[in-house]
Design a protein around this ligand. Structure first.
Ligand code: ADP
Length: 397
């Protein structure tokens, strides 16, 4: 190639790189800082008729509304937005909106531009107020931001949680005394309590045990629901935890002659709250045992790959109909209440599982076929997994 040919090639490469760079910079949030606006402030601030109509209709809404421009700058804000977000009346129109609003996490939320996600925060203007922020697309590259005062909703949620936690706590002490006496009476020789009372004592004992379990589950659920409670997480070696769960599963399944298989990837730790993960696994295992007929099979797996860690419990049980799957994590939702009660269920197990899943930024997947069985899988993100040594796959039967 001649020297001119090389010059031409270099010139073409430089042009190509320039075009790619310009295209990338046009994407909102590309470098998380707004571009310098080539237009004058007057040009930028001139709203057309549609935008003026929008501003007129939104100006006196009780919710905060902001119109955010292509470079994430604030174009316009209604009265409530000025009050709730503490925006000055003469805000600079070229500044990105997060520089006008003092809110940790707000900048990252705006850059993600995920319309399905909401952002809850304390109002910058008043630390007693809670706001729920959402965004919706407006015109190309622009969007509307809505901020709703959710202080009352949060207060009511807190009152409900406190009520459940306090009531459960108050019921627990007298119930423990009744339970203790019934346990003693159960163990008494039949001539001491009279043969006619023996079945009644046994039933009272079983029902008291059930109430105790419901109260314990309700207390755990209200603690998990408390979004303000700090969750202590450390790296927990998963193999010993899963092996203990497998041993418990085998003991639970024994009276029903069910087979339990366990496949556990060794040498991986999960960044989690150990007690919560134990509770999650045991809830899934006790459901699998409860809803699988005698001689069925239950498979427990802990596997790690590039996506993250997957914990799953599958069974060959009664299965769940498609219409019920989205609802079974609601508290007290049961596909067959009589069957659940008879099997000793409290109706809260999967609500607990769901909360623990969310608190660990994990996802719960449920697949099932009525009459064939179900699989409950919890997928933990890769950044929560730490490899200790080499992966060894153990098959314990
Ligand atoms: P329960 O204490 O009633 O089992 P859960 O919250 O643990 O409450 O589960 C809710 C409902 O989901 C159950 O009542 C049952 O109908 C259904 N379910 C949960 N796990 C299984 C499973 N492994 N197989 C079939 N149905 C299940």
């Amino acid at each position: 190639m001649s020297i001119y040919g090389i010059y031409l090639l270099l010139a073409l490469l430089a042009c190509g790189a320039g075009i790619v760079f310009l295209l990338l910079r046009r994407r909102p949030g590309f470098d998380s800082e707004p571009d310098q606006d080539p237009r004058t402030i007057d040009e930028q601030e001139a709203p057309d008729t549609a935008e003026v109509d929008l501003q007129t209709s939104m100006s006196s809404l009780p919710d905060a509304v902001m119109l955010i421009g292509e470079r994430l700058q604030l174009r316009w804000a209604n009265k409530s937005a000025h009050t709730l977000f503490g925006i000055e009346p003469d805000f600079p129109s070229n500044e990105p909106v997060w520089q006008l609003v003092n809110l940790p996490g707000f900048r990252e939320y705006l850059i993600r531009q995920d319309v399905t996600e909401s952002f809850n925060c304390v109002a910058p203007s008043d630390h007693n107020l809670w706001l729920e922020v959402r965004i919706a697309p407006y015109r190309a590259g622009q969007f509307l931001l809505q901020g709703r005062d959710i202080t009352r909703i949060r207060q009511l949620e807190q009152i409900r949680r406190d009520f459940i936690a306090n009531t459960s706590h108050e019921l627990r002490t007298p119930l423990s005394i009744i339970y203790g006496y019934l346990e003693m009476m159960q163990e008494e020789p039949v001539e001491n309590i009279g043969s006619q009372w023996q079945p009644a004592v046994r039933q009272m004992y079983e029902q008291t045990e059930r109430i105790k379990q419901i109260i314990d589950d309700m207390m755990l659920l209200s603690r998990l629901e408390d979004v303000d409670s700090i969750i202590e997480q450390t790296h927990i070696s998963m193999a010993p935890l899963m092996q203990r769960a497998c041993a418990d599963a085998k003991a639970l399944a024994k009276p029903k002659n069910q087979k339990v298989t366990c496949s556990i990837d060794e040498n991986y730790s999960l960044h989690c709250n150990e007690q919560e993960i134990q509770s999650l696994v045991m809830n899934l295992i006790s459901n699998a045992v409860r809803y699988t007929p005698d001689k069925g099979t239950i498979a427990i797996t802990w596997a790690v790959d590039l996506i993250g860690g997957r914990l799953s419990v599958s069974d060959t049980g009664i299965g769940i109909e498609d219409k019920d799957i989205p609802r079974i994590t609601e508290r007290f939702y049961r596909t067959d209440p009589a069957r659940s009660r008879a099997a000793g269920g409290t109706g809260i197990g999967l609500a607990i599982v769901n909360h623990i899943v969310n608190r660990h930024q994990a996802r719960l997947f449920i697949t099932s076929k009525p009459g064939r069985g179900s699989e409950f899988s919890v997928q933990f993100p890769a950044d929560k997994i730490q490899a200790d040594h080499e992966q060894v796959n153990l098959l314990l039967n």
